[in-house]
Write a protein of this length. Sequence first.
Length: 256
Amino acid sequence: MGVPDLFSLAGKTAVVTGAAKTTGLCYGMAVALHDAGARVVLMDLSPEVHNLAASLGGHENNYYSVEADITQEASRKAGMARALEYLDGRLDILLNGAGIQFRCDAIDFPEDKFRSVIDINLTSLFFMSQEAAKIMMQQGGGKIINIASMTCFMASRRIAAYAASKGGVMQATRAMSNEWAGKGINVNAIAPGYMATELTADMINTDIGKSHTARIPMSRWGKPEDLQGVTVFLASAASDYISGAIIPVDGGYLGA
């Protein structure tokens, strides 16, 4: 296999969760998978996911959409079943991108908000991975890519639930890899640093946001396209001997 072939996803199938907005990280990663050759199902709670898939060319261009609440078992299973119908029963890649954020001082953090962040960012990710792994084991392997965070390595202020959820994603990634890598399923995670998205729009231009920018060796916040290369890498044969890895994409922040 030549080097270009190592990164090709021709003939592969993928499900990407949390991909209903063009401004989000998951949208950029889904497009990267598609452009590398994969047929892609966008899965999201928002009905906007259907409009997004249609704007990308829909079924004729190998983009499909499924509306599902992945925090609910019945909806999650139905969503995966629908996705498999579009993908002819095969799932080669699962990208767990669905996530939310809530900022509050730890002393005042509401219980319902804490549980919601953990449920969406961690619990749903685990059970989506479980669903995917059952399919992948039957077909002989696959790739699971989780979206962790730089906060896996350094918890910031006012995001106790988010930091806890992403720390859990890191350890869940490793735990799943320990059990599934020997069955042909690579489980890895991408840990974005400070990214200019809807989740961070309220802080990027604040004094704190500017202080973060000053520490980033590349002197800027990341963009969705900064995650495209590593996404294709982890989804492709180029990463076949990598599992349980947490790969920071942070402009050098963690080393500063």
